[in-house]
Structures are given as structure tokens and as C-alpha cells.
Write a protein that binds this ligand. Structure first.
Ligand code: G3H
Ligand code: 13P
Ligand code: ZN
Length: 321
């Protein structure tokens, strides 16, 4: 089965009211874990590749690994550039056949963000590719400095609904990543902060009211950072801080129902993999066959992905809709 276009995955997800899991791929074990989980749960999937992943694994290796996954599986698979930081990187990925790219110029001022995004959109649309862009800035709630946050939007780091409409109209992007208190990594919140789901509702409504229909929104930083994984990592010699914190799965569920069609998860897979590897190293110190620790790591990651597909994203069972 060839790659499935991101635009088709989005259309079906919007219709079926589920979220697509967008999982980061850096090596073979991660890819196999994701694909096996999606295959077993009959879920469509977006594989995303960051600039760092391309530097780590080499774009050709990643491309060939994904080709292998596509040829061995039956589920719909799209390939997406995560956090493309330049037009040139986006162009390379478009030319390589990615079905979507993200241009992340969210650190720039509004006008510059529009200009860079539009340049990528113009190239992508001529080459059968769709574009995700980001408005607002993902510093996360723990560094939230509200209205003083900077020039990214009138509301500091957060996405402003009216600006989202203007941004989508002017840039022509096909999906929009929002900043609603979300952030990357394993330390997302301090104390009682959480996602601004009311803001998410207003963004979705503003786009609808502006005639953009059921416009797809993207939630970055959607790892839940399960406590048991942090505890396990520390139990077996790691040193995760006391203050690990992720997005509660209940919040992701609400975000999905409001209209986050693509949900980005990377950190949780890293944690699952690390915990499993540490366990082998700690309990079997004589072991030195990489298959004996990468195998359990792959299995643990697969189980984590299965849980997300079934219980959080609700995309399980939708592969062949
Ligand atoms: O949002 C970032 C993703 O987790 C990818 O991380 O740039 O370290 O590959 P990376
Ligand atoms: P997490 O760090 O929460 O997994 O977010 C991943 C992400 O947004 C990738 O773009
Ligand atoms: Zn991200």
C-alpha cells in the first residue's frame, strides 16, 4: 500500500471525529512499535520526522524504513515533517514525497510568520503537499507571562482566535498548531496549570464563523508524561526530576472533541523506551545483546501507543473507514 495523503487522513478524521496520532520516528524500533500498535488497533497514523531525526538517522535511512513499514502494513500511513524551521528544509521534504510539512515560524512576529508560511504553502500546493503552521508560541503554561509574552500574538504566547482566522486566510496553511498552554517535553506544568481549553473552543469557533468550516487544529506537546514511567526510570537508575508533568489524558480527550485533529506525541514514547531499557540494564547487568534491551523497549513503546490510540485519540478501528 502506498502512503496515504495527509489531506485524506484529515478529511476522514474530521468526519469521524477522532484525532490522528502523530508520533515521532527516529529509529527502526520506534517505527516498528508505532506501526505494530496501529496495525493491531486498526488505526490510521501520521509518522513525523523532525530535523533532529533526519540529522540522527539520515533522511535516506528514514525514507527506506518507512517504505518498509508501508509495504508490510495495511493501515493508512502519512509522513509529515515536524517543526520544519526553514523553507529549504520544507522544500527538501516536499521533494522527497512527504505528504505534509510543518513550517514552524512561530517565534517570528505575525507578519513574518505569515510570509514564511505562505512561501512554503505556495511551493507545497504546487507539489501535492499540505502545510501545518503554528501561531502563538509553545513556551507552555509554566513560562506563561500572559499579555506581556512577546510579539507572537496580542495575547503574549497564546493563540488569539481572531488572529488565527487572519493567519489562516493570509498564509493559506492547511492546518494550524495552537498555543494554549501546551509545551514540549517532560516538564509541562508547575502546580495547577493546565491547557486553556476555552481558548481552543474560541479558536475553532472563530474559524468556523469565518467560513473555514471544520478547520483542523493541531495539538503539539500532547504527551501525558505518565508518573509510573518517571518512577520506573528513577527506580532503575535514572534521574527524572520530581516535577515531571504532562497533559492529563482527560484534557486531550476534550481537545479532541473540540477539534484537535492531529495530536503530537513524542516524549511519552521516549519515556516508555527509556524505562524498559533501564530495567534490562539494572536487572540483567550481564546482558549486552542490543536485541535484549531494544526488544523490550519496542514492546513497551508499542503498548503505550496502543493505549493512546484506543483510549485517548479514539482513532482505533478507523483505519478502513
Ligand atoms: O517537538 C519536538 C519533537 O519532540 C521532536 O524532538 O527535535 O528532539 O527530534 P526533536
Ligand atoms: P511532546 O513532547 O509532549 O511529546 O510533544 C511532541 C510534539 O509536539 C512533537 O511535535
Ligand atoms: Zn511539537
Amino acid at each position: 500500500m502506498p502512503l496515504t495523503h495527509t489531506r485524506d487522513l484529515f478529511a476522514k478524521a474530521l468526519k469521524g471525529k477522532y484525532a490522528l496520532g502523530a508520533f515521532n520516528v527516529n529509529n527502526m524500533e520506534l517505527l516498528q512499535a508505532i506501526i505494530e500498535a496501529c496495525e493491531e488497533e486498526k488505526a490510521p497514523v501520521m509518522l513525523q520526522i523532525s530535523k533532529g531525526a533526519r540529522e540522527y538517522a539520515n533522511p535516506v535511512y528514514l525514507k527506506k524504513l518507512i517504505e518498509a513499514a508501508v509495504s508490510l502494513s495495511t493501515i493508512p500511513i502519512a509522513v509529515h515533517l515536524d517543526h520544519g524551521d526553514t523553507f529549504e528544509l520544507c522544500k527538501q521534504c516536499i521533494d522527497e514525497g512527504f505528504t505534509s510539512v510543518m513550517i514552524d515560524a512561530s517565534h517570528e512576529c505575525f507578519e513574518k510568520n505569515v510570509e514564511i508560511t505562505k512561501k512554503v504553502v505556495d511551493y507545497a500546493h504546487k507539489h501535492n503537499c499540505v502545510v501545518e503552521s503554528e501561531l502563538g508560541h509553545l513556551v507552555g503554561a509554566q513560562f506563561d507571562d500572559g499579555e506581556e509574552g512577546g510579539c507572537h500574538s496580542a495575547s503574549g504566547h497564546y493563540t488569539v482566535p481572531e488572529e488565527a482566522v487572519k493567519f489562516v486566510k493570509e498564509s493559506g496553511c492547511d492546518s494550524l498548531a495552537v498555543a494554549i498552554g501546551n509545551s514540549h517535553g517532560a516538564y509541562k506544568f508547575k502546580g495547577t496549570q493546565h491547557l486553556d481549553l476555552e481558548r481552543l473552543k474560541l479558536i475553532k469557533k472563530a474559524l468556523l464563523d469565518a467560513g473555514m468550516g471544520d478547520y483542523p487544529l493541531v495539538l503539539h506537546g500532547a504527551s501525558s508524561v505518565p508518573k509510573d514511567l518517571a518512577v520506573k526510570i528513577n527506580q532503575f537508575g535514572g534521574n527524572m526530576g520530581e516535577d515531571t508533568a504532562g497533559v492529563p489524558e482527560a484534557d486531550i480527550e476534550v481537545a479532541r472533541r473540540i477539534g484537535c485533529t492531529k495530536v503530537n506525541i513524542d516524549t511519552d514514547l521516549r519515556l516508555a523506551m527509556t524505562a524498559a531499557i533501564r530495567e534490562v540494564f539494572a536487572t540483567k547487568p550481564k546482558e549486552f545483546d542490543p536485541r535484549k534491551y531494544l526488544g523490550p523497549a519496542r514492546k513497551a513503546t508499542k503498548e503505550l501507543v496502543r493505549h493512546k490510540l484506543k483510549n485517548v485519540l479514539c482513532c482505533a478501528g478507523h483505519a478502513f473507514d
